[in-house]
Design a protein around this ligand. Structure first.
Ligand code: C2E
Ligand code: CA
Ligand code: CA
Length: 437
């Protein structure tokens, strides 16, 4: 092989290596480089600290000053990070505006994050100074860990915990996080079996007419009994929403409700309307309504017997699609309630635009009845708006008689809460219907 050819080949290989490992914008290593170098460092003993550094609102900066300036900024941030750390440490650009830092040996987290924050929050490109905001996630690794991706994930989790909280520039991954992660994967490992083994059950919590005190509706609430223990829906529902298992579970709950409604129809002259919680994930499924109508018909149930509860979160994104989806649901005869009203971001506009029948006022408002503060006024405003827009109201989490009196006075339509009844299993619920005719 002649020398010239060999030289060319080496150059080509180096260029390819460069492409694979170098970020052309900052000249730092890229994600692959971070993985490779961090892996090398993890092989050695001693303490390591991982920091994920994110520039807040970088997109806005790009829009305002253009991509060329945006790229220059990334380069400058990379330089500042490099100055703030030691030669033996690593900094790479992982994605758009996210940098990965890897520090070896003893590190004062407070100091290094403050130094990074000071250097980057006011930064210059040439002569011009810019104010930026950064957020960081920190993971301190003092155990024998070899999996780079898993340590990055932990730092990302710590970062997620402070995202949007402008007064805290960094978060540190803690044992609590770790426990939460372990629990999350435990739940994920159990969920499929749980459906097969019939570990999920549907409970019903009565909703009373405020004026007459008679039960007119009930909310279906899922329960998970595992080896004699209850796992709380507040724990597993958010996980199922993330991994989409919620779609399967809600189908199960809906079918169970249809089955129970069918049974109640043979036993009672009047049956309460049942509210069912439906997540955004289910609603956005292409054949959602088709599947649910099929179950409804299979058990000879009328959509009039069912109310769909959606949260404010569901209505917020992509309002236009949601409007269409909800209108189709309404057309079939279901009614629609907005759950946890007042805790999210629903706007008056949304209340008017979407085909909603009922507002469920969140427990946090009810808890403050009796206190002398603004909340009461807020509640009055909610009642006023709902009257104006012709929406029914149900108060959730009502526990005290003074709350009941207040809600009566304000003409709130329904009350749901421990004051009347806790969620009951189906047998207890049927008994409750008989005793409260
Ligand atoms: P949610 O829809 O806001 O349901 C009301 C929660 O408040 C229920 O908790 C209920 O047991 C509780 N509650 C009712 N009255 C009182 C009271 O007077 N005092 C107190 N302290 N609590 C009261 P639960 O059953 O633990 O459900 C928690 C959340 O899990 C629900 O909140 C709902 O968001 C979700 N969830 C439950 N079942 C389902 C389901 O089948 N599908 C979906 N997507 N989510 C569900
Ligand atoms: Ca609900
Ligand atoms: Ca609620």
């Amino acid at each position: 092989m002649n020398r010239r050819y060999r030289k060319l080949r080496i150059e080509k290989r180096n260029r390819l290596l460069e492409l694979a490992y170098i970020d052309p914008i900052t000249g730092l290593g890229n994600y692959n480089a971070y993985l490779a170098r961090a892996k090398e460092k993890l092989e050695k003993d001693g303490k390591k600290t991982i920091i994920i550094l994110d520039i807040d609102k970088f997109k806005t900066f790009n829009k305002k000053y253009g991509h060329v300036k945006g790229n220059e900024l990334l380069k400058r941030v990379g330089e500042e990070i490099k100055h703030a750390i030691r030669k033996t440490d690593i900094v790479c650009r992982l994605t758009n505006d996210v940098f990965g830092i890897f520090l070896v040996g003893e590190v004062d987290v407070e100091k290094i994050t403050e130094r990074l924050n000071n250097k980057i929050s006011r930064i210059h490109i040439g002569e011009v100074w810019y104010n930026l905001r950064i957020s960081m996630g920190v993971y301190i690794c003092d155990k024998d860990e070899k999996d780079v991706q898993s340590i990055i994930d932990k730092a990302i989790m710590a970062h997620d915990s402070v995202k949007g909280k402008y007064h805290v520039p960094y978060g540190v991954f803690t044992e609590e996080f770790e426990q939460k992660m372990i629990r999350e994967s435990e739940i994920e490992n159990m969920m499929e079996e749980a459906i097969k083994n019939k570990e999920f059950e549907v409970y019903y919590q009565p909703q009373m007419n405020t004026q007459t005190g008679k039960m007119e509706g009930a909310e279906a609430l899922v329960r998970w009994k595992k080896d004699g223990n209850m796992i709380s829906p507040s724990e597993f529902i958010p996980i199922f929403e993330k991994n989409y298992f919620i779609i399967k579970l809600e189908k199960f709950v809906y079918e169970k409700v249809c089955e129970n409604l069918q049974e109640m129809k043979t036993e009672f002259k009047e049956i309460p309307k049942i509210s069912i919680n439906i997540s955004k994930e289910s609603l956005l499924e292409k054949d959602f309504l088709e599947k649910y109508m099929k179950m409804t018909e299979q058990y000879s149930i009328s959509p009039n017997d069912i109310e769909i509860e959606i949260t404010e979160r569901t209505t917020v994104d992509n309002n236009t699609d949601m409007k269409e989806i909800l209108e189709k649901i309404k057309e079939k005869g279901f009614s629609i309630a907005i759950d946890d009203f007042g805790t999210g971001y629903s706007s008056l506009n949304m209340l008017e635009m979407l085909p909603i029948d009922m507002i469920k006022i969140d427990k946090s408002f009810i808890d403050r009845i009796g206190e002398k503060n603004e909340t009461i006024n807020l509640l009055e405003i909610i009642f006023l708006i709902s009257k104006k827009l012709n929406l029914k109201t149900v108060a959730e989490g009502v526990e005290k008689s003074e709350q009941v009196s207040y809600l009566k006075k304000e003409n709130c339509d329904f009350i749901q809460g421990y004051f009347y009844a806790k969620p009951l299993d189906f047998d207890a619920f049927k008994k409750y219907i008989k005793e409260n005719k």
